[in-house]
Design a protein around this ligand. Structure first.
Ligand SMILES: [Zn+2]
Length: 418
């Protein structure tokens, strides 16, 4: 499998084709629908079995045009990306004085001073879990105190004035105010102005809105097991992306390398004891409808799910896998991983998970794995810079081989992974 995968650029070329042809694949877009049809056809051409598109209703949010301008002391345009699922502004935008806070405590301490302001959460990136809460929850926290709009410093390390989009979540029953991410450079500029005592007035314009829910689908293909076809190893990623860039790192690459695992088995004429199933989930970014729909469809079969593996951290140089499961299963996975020493991807980390497999893993207490890589994921994802050129064909080939090997061995072992 390693030789087959690393002797060609097949995975990279397939991913390049997806990004170049369809561009972004936001839920509800024609591009995502057409990409899903293409993937079904391609999986059939690869010789996968039981290839199908399983229908899922998804939210359909559209960005429209958007801008953020300093109005006073002097006009100046800033670089922003509206946050996914945000409401828009009135056509003339909202204009207000800027208030900068560094965390939720400072927001709460500002109390009445928040009313009528545009609030910027200028929170430096530490790690994703810590910093992303300002993107997800900042708008509702500020809106509750009377702010008219919310801005968040882009959730990622400093780039080249490249903001990161991502979902926000409004709290039920609280005012919904428009919200956008500001590039780290522009957040720092606004911070410096306010620290100097300058009164800054901003105007935010956003056309963002929800259209009626759209038809979408999870794409599924299989290599049926030769002895225990009802026992299933699931591998996959999410095929939808944000509407900037081409979603190559997040998560077209994860889809292609997990799909590759099955293509390699077929190509090498390998049919394991159990079934290996690839799922290209839809709507991870702004709804998770695909992951939830998988759980609902397969709820009665979760006990037959031996392992679920997701790749959604980019397809940079693979270092191994995170794994969550019993101590015995962990020992088995560590033994299997020794097969990956030749490509230095043999580390089994403490926790395996994935947004799309999450609902099923939790409901079925299924062992979970995730591809771990060494790369600049959080610099790139959710930005216009998420394009194929950031990905090395050799890294992608190794990632595909690593996923193919662990999924094949778990599917083919005489004893079920427990
Ligand atoms: Zn993702």
């Amino acid at each position: 499998m390693i030789t087959e995968s690393t002797s060609s650029r097949f995975a990279w070329e397939r991913l390049a084709l997806v990004g170049d042809t369809f561009g972004h694949r936001l839920s509800g877009s024609q591009a995502l629908s057409d990409a899903i049809k293409w993937a079904v056809d391609e999986m059939k051409k690869d010789g996968l079995e039981n290839v199908r598109a399983e229908p899922v209703k998804v939210p359909h949010w559209v960005r429209g045009r958007e801008s953020l301008d300093i109005v006073a002391p002097y006009p100046s345009s800033l670089v922003i990306l509206g946050l996914g699922n945000s409401v828009g502004t009135p056509p003339d935008g909202v204009e207000a004085e800027l208030l900068v806070v560094k965390n939720f405590n400072e927001l709460d301490a500002a109390g009445e001073r928040v009313r009528g302001k545009i609030v910027l959460f200028n929170v430096p990136f530490t790690n994703y879990g810590e910093t992303v809460q300002y993107r997800a929850g900042g708008a509702s926290r500020a809106g509750t105190l009377g702010a008219v709009a919310a801005l968040v410093r882009a959730v990622g390390p400093p780039g080249l004035r490249t903001p990161h989009t991502g979902s926000l979540r409004y709290t039920d029953g609280q005012p919904q105010i428009p919200a956008a991410a500001v590039s780290t450079e522009d957040a720092d500029r606004l911070q410096r102005m306010v620290t100097r005592g300058t009164t800054v007035r901003l105007r935010l314009k956003m056309e963002a809105q929800f259209l009626p829910d759209a038809d979408s689908a999870n794409v599924v293909g299989e290599i049926r097991g030769r002895e225990k076809p009802d026992e299933v190893i699931v591998v996959g990623g999410h095929f939808d992306s944000w509407d900037v860039g081409t979603g190559s790192t997040d998560d077209g690459g994860g889809c292609v390398v997990t799909w590759e695992a099955l293509r390699l088995m077929k190509k090498l004429n390998l049919r394991p004891r159990r079934t290996v199933r690839v799922v290209l989930f839809t709507n991870e970014e702004n709804g998770l409808a695909g992951g939830r729909a998988y759980l609902e469809k397969y709820r009665s079969q979760l006990a037959n799910h031996v392992l679920m593996l997701e790749s959604d951290s980019g397809v940079f140089r693979p270092t191994g896998f995170g794994f969550t499961g019993s101590p015995g299963a962990r020992t088995t996975m560590q033994e299997i991983a020794t097969l990956l020493r030749a490509i230095e991807a043999d580390r089994i980390g403490p926790a395996g998970d994935g947004a799309d497999i999450g609902p099923s893993v939790e409901a079925g207490k299924i062992p979970a794995m995730s591809l771990e890589v060494d790369g600049n994921y959080f610099l790139i994802h959710h930005t216009p810079a998420d394009t194929i050129d950031k990905i090395d064909p050799a890294d992608m080939a190794k990632a595909a081989a690593a996923i193919a090997i662990v999924s094949y061995v778990v599917a083919d072992m005489p004893e079920r992974l427990r």
